[in-house]
Design a binder for this molecule. Structure first.
Ligand code: CDP
Ligand code: MG
Length: 738
């Protein structure tokens, strides 16, 4: 009874039933109900008639050969149908009845906090209301920030569609390395990081009439910094309207921060969600996810499923497992559509999650945290929550930063569950025990500003002329030691002088929308005469989706192909090699396909490279090429990344130089079998151990050359290695002494 047989021998986990109610699930039709649908249909028919003749006449007048009136009729009616659905949808959103009162409140107050549950229409509707109310008449724009790139892209696409304009014209988005706006853009969605950068060129945000800081509850580092900056600007720009929009909970805190700004609450609409916990902890939550999806699929009424995973890799694994198992089950089960959504997914694939599920089928959305509050996917009835999340973690003592998978907070878990109750009563399956929920999860997530490296933000604030960071108006201040460490690191990089002021180098570094270490590396390429190569390396490293394509059924071929690209010296040079070979084929997609390289990642790297090249011109550095001199290229990398130095120690382990932390070379690295004595890594990822990803071999004396104020020669002694030949050691020591 407790188990459901899906396939020969396969058992499904057993959920502890907290509460059981037979719920009547409706899918697409739910929102309007049958009666409404009929009325709507009648209305649609009428409207088509009016417009149709015009359209057909128009098409006939154009005398396009081969265009039959019938076809035109069909096309036009399809278009009309779409428009009608859009209008209906807009009116059905919880925010719609409050349109007028919201606009009144905005007119009456300079700063307004808007609180409303996810999916109420805050992000997509409010900018349109403002536009309709004339806020862009004087040639100014309405801005709306998003913590996540995917959200900025997909929401702006949706709004462009609703307004019937081409994305990039009146409605556009701007994310790092990708600007999809034009002179005509009046509704601009952008990542919070991009707005921060806009302060550099337009410190008063003069081209905006309204700025919406959206998804404020996410409390990303950039959003938190924006709070302080924008509060200041609002003081002397009384014509700027400021909206802080948040999903839940934190509204009071925001209000208090913005001098008791009023809160506008959009009443939510939520159906009950039954929550199920596992009886025992799950050893393998990916497997548990797969099994739970299948269990839902065979035992529960139709309705789409949303699964929360921590990143692209997990999503891909889960997708493969699900595809494989459903294929085995064949026609024994109903159709199951599997759609992934994560930050690096190409945008045309992202839109798949919003497509309607065909009748009789079920959709499973495999998503990262993005679907927690930033994106609303309609018709989700079931949520599967393994209870994990990928987070930046930063140790201010050691300066070590890495991405780790951590348990979510209770607030997050509840948001996730809530996604099941938007259109009908739903169910949420938590892949952890009720005890774990009660005792192991924190109430709220720690805001990002308290757990990341602040180097980036410090350099940006300094270039905005904000010198006193200790007294900056933070909603929640970062830990003192994190701030101090950021200042120290920037000093060592040469971006700040001993007074903590921005140097000329620092000013140039701030031009680049990348981490200080990377911008330092790029600028150092001038000295080492290899800017062309460093641009490629920087672009390949900045593109954070995987370059290599590794399908499960061709792993051996893929790995061989990958190893064929290896060159001596390390991964940065290998990346450079891949890019160069690709460029030599005139950027061919066929070449990528044959070599198990992701064409999309390469295209993106090329875009990034072009932009970095433009910025290099701006800071007046010539593009010079010196591909043969790999020593100079590696020295340039060292000039930026000298913090990330590790030295070989016992058993193939490495120790970081300054703090003696144990780290290892990632198995995918070209250096995995070489184990050079001194290495520099690009980043750390924590899975079972701290792994260094993208590693190059260096010589220890380069460190003294590029960072003499940071390293002392004593720290860089090669104790494990070169034993001095007898007799000579003493003489040398004396030489040094004298
Ligand atoms: O911002 P908030 O969470 O309040 O809601 P929203 O993002 O404005 O979403 C309002 C509606 O637009 C939801 O019903 C979404 O499903 C829909 N939407 C969509 O269909 N496609 C998108 N790319 C974004 C939103
Ligand atoms: Mg939103």
């Amino acid at each position: 009874e407790a188990y459901v047989e899906v396939d020969e021998g396969e058992k499904l986990p057993n959920y502890e039933q907290k509460k059981w109610e037979e719920t009547h699930l409706h899918s697409a039709q739910y929102r309007f109900g049958a009666k409404d649908a009929k009325a709507r249909h009648a209305k649609q028919e009428k409207q088509y008639d009016i417009l149709l003749d015009d359209e057909i006449e128009f098409i006939q007048a154009l005398k396009i050969p081969g265009t039959k009136a019938d076809e035109a009729k069909e096309e036009v009616s399809e278009y009309q149908q779409k428009r009608m659905t859009i209008e209906e949808t807009k009116k059905s959103l919880p925010v719609f009845p409050f349109r007028e009162s919201l606009l009144e409140a905005i007119a009456a107050h300079q700063v307004l906090i808007i609180e409303g549950e996810t999916g109420s229409g805050k992000t997509t509707q409010i900018p349109q209301y403002l536009y309709e109310a004339g806020f862009t008449k004087e040639g100014q724009k309405i801005g709306c920030t998003q913590p996540r790139r995917v959200a900025a892209m997909s929401v702006s696409a949706r709004v462009a569609e609703e307004m019937g304009v081409k994305l990039g014209n009146e409605v556009g988005y701007s994310i790092r390395f990708e600007d999809c706006t034009s002179e005509r853009t009046i509704l601009k969605y952008m990542t919070d990081g991009m707005l921060l950068r806009e302060f550099l060129s337009e410190p008063d945000l003069g081209s905006y009439s309204v700025m919406i800081i959206d998804e404020a509850h996410e409390r990303t580092l950039h959003t938190d910094i924006l709070f302080g900056l924008i509060k200041d600007i609002a003081r002397f720009r009384s014509d700027l309207k400021l909206l802080i929009s948040s999903a839940t909970l934190d509204a009071e805190k925001f209000s208090e921060f913005f001098d008791d700004a009023p809160i506008f609450r959009i009443p939510g609409r939520r159906f009950p969600v039954d929550i199920y916990y596992t009886k025992a902890p799950e050893a393998d939550y990916i497997d548990a996810c797969v099994v739970t999806v299948l269990q839902i699929h065979v035992t529960q009424p139709l309705g789409d499923v949303l699964v929360f995973l921590t990143g692209q890799e997990e999503i891909e694994t889960c997708q493969e497992l699900l595809t494989e198992r459903t294929r085995k089950l064949g026609t024994k089960i109903k159709e199951l559509l599997i759609v992934p959504i994560y930050a690096n997914l190409p945008s045309d694939m992202q839109s798949k999650v919003f497509e309607k599920t065909p009748p009789g089928a079920r959709k499973v959305v495999l998503a990262t945290n993005i679907a927690e509050t930033s994106l609303t996917i309609d018709n989700i009835i079931y949520v599967i929550d393994p209870g994990f999340n990928k987070q930046n973690s930063y140790n201010a003592r050691t300066g070590m930063e890495s991405l780790i998978v951590v348990p979510v907070s209770k607030a997050s878990a509840n948001q996730r569950a809530g996604r099941a109750g938007r259109v009908a009563a739903g169910k949420c399956f938590r892949l952890y025990t009720a005890w774990a929920y009660q005792h192991e999860l924190e109430e709220n997530s720690v805001p990002e500003i308290q757990r990341v490296n602040l180097g980036n933000v410090v350099i940006l604030l300094k270039s905005l002329g904000i010198n006193d960071l200790i007294h900056f108006d933070f909603l929640d201040p970062p830990p003192h030691e994190t701030l101090v460490l950021a200042l120290e690191q920037l000093y060592a990089l040469g971006a700040l002088n001993h007074m903590g002021e921005l140097t000329k180098l620092g000013r140039r570094m701030a031009e680049f929308p990348v981490d200080p270490m990377m911008s330092k590396m790029i600028l150092a390429s001038e000295k080492y005469k290899c800017s062309n190569e460093i641009l490629t390396i920087a672009a390949m490293l900045s593109n954070n989706s995987s370059i290599f394509y590794r399908p499960k059924d061709k792993i051996i071929h893929a790995d061989t192909a990958r190893k064929n690209f290896f060159v001596p010296g390390g991964d940065h040079l290998t990346l450079m090699n891949i890019y160069k070979q690709w460029a030599d084929t005139d950027f061919s997609s066929q070449w990528c396909y044959e070599n198990y390289i992701q064409y999309r990642s390469m295209k993106r790297a090329r875009d990034i490279r072009d932009q970095l090249e433009g910025l290099l011109e701006k800071v007046e550095i010539e593009v010079v090429s010196n591909p043969g001199d790999t020593e100079n290229i590696r020295k340039t990398v060292t000039a930026g990344y000298f913090y990330h130095t590790a030295r070989l120690s016992k058993g193939g382990n490495y120790k970081t130089v300054k703090h003696n932390q144990t780290v290892m070379i990632h198995p995918n690295s070209s250096m995995f079998e070489d184990l050079p004595r001194w290495v520099i890594y690009f980043e750390l990822v924590f899975t079972t151990k701290e792994f260094m990803r993208n590693v190059i071999e260096i010589k220890n004396d380069w460190l003294l050359e590029v960072a003499p104020h940071y390293y002392k020669s004593k720290e860089l002694e090669d104790s494990t290695n070169k034993k001095m030949p007898k007799g000579k050691g003493k003489a040398l020591t004396e030489l040094v002494r004298s």
